[in-house]
Design a protein around this ligand. Structure first.
Ligand code: 2AM
Length: 178
């Protein structure tokens, strides 16, 4: 295939957390309007890599399978809004430093394994996009706390067809035991 890949590293929630995130995304409609992220697309982007060739995608797939990471927990307890795109998001500070360290590690991996430096146009701000083209949520939203226990990083290829994003997992990392 000659078509370039659009790659990113992400955490994908388990089904229980995904359902809770999907409920929050749905409930935010009343205040925020906009369009909810479909439940199977709810994720945390750890590092957005962007366009890559087939050989680079293959190298990074192999490197991701060899990557061994410690399990961790990220506490989601507050919401916010990015004006560009009208993004309503969920995030949290507890566990965010570990995610930032993981972001740096993945950036280094993309560079070393596939010669793909991260486009440095945005600082890393861990968030889960719940709605797009939406208004800001109220200050007290969401009023609940969710713990995201993660074990593996996924390397994902994103493509667009008929205005819809399609995500395909190319590889997942290993989990360190102990
Ligand atoms: P978003 O959720 O805030 O839209 C796949 O496109 C994922 O990569 C999405 O989660 C999206 O974040 C993120 N993304 C897209 N373009 C990006 C960029 N230029 N920098 C950082 N993240 C990006």
């Amino acid at each position: 295939m000659t078509q370039p890949y659009r790659l990113f590293f992400a955490l994908w929630p388990d089904s229980e957390l995904r359902d809770r995130l999907a409920t929050l995304a749905h409930e935010a409609r009343r205040h925020c309007g906009g369009r909810a992220t479909p439940p199977d697309k709810l994720h945390l982007t750890l590092a957005f890599i962007g366009e890559a060739g087939a050989a680079q995608a293959e190298s990074l797939t192999a490197a991701t399978r060899r990557l061994c990471m410690a399990p961790g927990t990220w506490r989601l307890d507050h919401g916010g809004h990015f004006r560009g795109g009208g993004i309503v998001w969920l995030g949290g500070d507890d566990g965010a430093e570990t995610l930032t360290a993981l972001h740096r590690r993945l950036a280094a991996l993309a560079e070393a394994a596939a010669g793909l430096p991260l486009p440095s146009d945005r600082p890393f701000r861990p968030h889960v996009t719940l709605r797009r083209r939406a208004k800001p949520p109220p200050a007290a939203w969401p009023g609940v706390t969710l713990d995201w226990h993660y074990r593996r990083v996924a390397l994902v290829a994103s493509s667009q067809r008929d205005g819809q994003h399609r995500y395909r997992t190319l590889a997942v990392s290993e989990t360190a035991s102990g």
